[in-house]
Design a protein around this ligand. Structure first.
Ligand code: SAH
Ligand code: SF4
Length: 347
């Protein structure tokens, strides 16, 4: 059976007409699906009972659910979200003074296998459907209102998975979230983070992507980056640099680079020099991220004096640098850690 949220508006209209219903019913159902975030036909209170029952017989409703909530001392909330087939992804809510940021997943697992990332060690399980990405928002938005008294103001695709390897679903989810007739979120409050899939970055540039784009660079040294991020093999730093220049030319946007400081791996002043050289062709904003240590103990966060020297060098080149403290460390809020932990328990 087909999922009701997998069909087009036109097909829904045709289906309803074939049942002898008026066309405007499609609009009502659409509003329930893509504006109110209904989780069942039963909730669609302005439809007749027989129609709701008919819809139930005609379609499935692949609704995600919150399986587990973890609360951090720093008020970060982390969720394990269970999908209709029992697979799990994670979402995180990060409150700050004037915003609530939701971190959403785009895939179950991830095929890119970065050495420092808990999700990477899970391998790739499957892509999320766009309706599942929207569910992450809907479910966590309710939690945000309950916990902080505020709706989600910002969304970052920094949970599990590589969004540019699930391109169509991620783009459709963003369309649904920003549709003025749906949730109407501003695209400027959505950020997509990628490990550097060149084809995807060019495709975003060509469609004049209205949201923010962040690149997880983590090293500007080809050999170090390849060990940390195997994606570098088919997406070389040289080609990535050219793609980012292209993106900047097309959109006029400053390029945001994420840089995770790993002790004695990528945190020397020489590494900062390489980073500055990589950034020469376009204006950048560097987000320095503190490593959220994973239980395997393979990597460690940088010593404060090394971190300071690294940042100092970038500042001396007049680069825009922002340091992001890692949130929710006590609840394993870094990418993939929660679901991985649950998986470990079950084995
Ligand atoms: N696949 C995409 C988006 C998801 S990962 C990407 O890699 O950009 C989101 C961010 O979390 C990436 O910048 C990633 O490098 C970072 N990350 C992964 N594991 C982490 C950890 N243990 N501590 C801190 N950040 C981590
Ligand atoms: Fe995948 Fe991003 Fe984790 Fe790398 S950091 S394994 S790309 S989710």
């Amino acid at each position: 059976m087909e999922d009701i949220r997998d069909i087009t508006y036109e097909r829904l209209e045709e289906y309803l007409v074939s049942l002898g219903e008026k066309k405007f019913r499609a609009k009502q159902i659409w509003t329930w699906l893509w504006q109110k975030g209904a989780g069942s036909f039963e909730e669609m209170s302005n439809l007749s009972k027989p129609l709701r029952e008919r819809l139930e017989r005609g379609f499935t409703f692949h609704r995600a659910e919150i399986e587990q909530e973890l609360r951090s001392k720093d008020t970060t909330l982390k969720y394990a979200i269970r999908l209709h087939d029992g697979k799990e992804v994670e979402g995180v809510l990060i409150p700050s003074k004037d915003r609530v940021t939701a971190c959403v997943s785009s895939q179950v697992g991830c095929p890119l296998g970065c050495a420092f990332c808990a999700t990477g060690t899970m391998g790739f399980i499957r892509n999320l459907h766009y309706s599942e990405i929207v569910d992450e928002y809907v479910l966590m938005n309710r939690k945000a209102i309950a916990a902080y008294g505020h709706e989600i103001s910002n969304i970052v695709f920094m949970g599990m998975g590589e969004p540019l390897l699930n391109f169509d679903n991620v783009m459709t989810a963003i369309d649904k979230l920003t549709d003025p007739e749906g949730w109407g979120l501003s695209p400027t409050r959505i950020t997509l983070s990628t490990a550097g899939i060149i084809k995807g970055i060019k495709a975003l540039a060509d469609r004049n992507f209205p949201c923010g784009l962040a690149i997880s660079l983590h090293s500007a040294d080809p050999i170090v980056r390849e060990t940390l991020m195997p994606v570098t093999q088919g997406n070389s730093l040289h080609d990535l640099q050219a793609a980012l220049r292209y993106y900047h030319q097309k959109t006029g946007d400053r390029i945001t680079l994420e840089y995770l400081l790993l002790s004695f791996v990528n945190d020397s002043v020489a590494a900062a020099e390489q980073l500055a050289r990589f950034c020469r062709p376009f204006p950048v904003k560097i987000n320095i991220i503190e490593y959220n240590e994973t239980p395997d103990g393979k990597f460690h966060k940088s010593y404060p004096n090394h971190r300071e020297a690294f940042i100092e060098y970038l500042n001396s080149c007049n680069m825009v640098v922002r340091v992001r403290a890692s949130k929710g460390q006590d609840i394993a809020a870094a990418c993939g850690q929660l679901v991985k932990k649950q998986g470990d328990h079950r084995e």
